[in-house]
Design a binder for this molecule. Sequence first.
Ligand code: FES
Length: 243
Amino acid sequence: MPAFRKTAETFSSGARTLPQRYLISPDIFAKEQGRIFSTQWLCVGRQSQLGKPGDFFLQNVAGESLIILRDQEGQVRGFYNVCRHRGTRICKERSGQLRETLQCPYHAWTYGLDGKLLGAPHMESVKGFDKAQHSLRPVNLALWEGFIFVNLAESPAPMEIVFAPLKGKFTHCKSMSMHETPPTKGGVSLEVRSNVVHAGRRPTLRRLTENRETAPYAWVNPDQDHKATLSEIGVLKHCLSTA
Ligand code: FES
């Protein structure tokens, strides 16, 4: 079970910052994707982003596109954004409002917001086809202090156990809102006042500004649409503090 420690408690005499290769190496980035981002509980957004039934947003985690939505009953759910027919990306809009269903643009398979397959044109005549066996694949999802977390592992340790040491410490964040800076010429940036954001995205992170007063840790990844998220910051922070 991970231990959460204050950063200052982890300092030791003679400690140095990470060698450069940890910030630019594609191999190390791949290992992080496999060992951290694919196995840990990661924060992907705020519950307040899903104010009404049908609200949704997409999030990329370790190369997977996920759709996070609020269903008709008000439950927050997460699914792999992949059609169960032939694997087409179902939703391409980054966020928005769904009616009562999700429909694949390829052959119009239609899913409820609970992930169940409702309609599959021309499949009714296929012997043995069972719609119940073709629901959208759910992703492990947990809600915590106003945040939405996901975990891509098959059988992750329960979020409430993993985060038990932090119980109550972030309750004030329930009223917090996330602020995303506008897309820049090179891509998308996320401004966060944290001392570990430099570990958020690679291999092509570059610093937006040298002004530590106004935007001390804003970064941009110009070659992809994958935003840095609190999860990446949080997990890296956790790993750095427990290394
Ligand atoms: S790939 Fe989605 S309906 Fe065919």
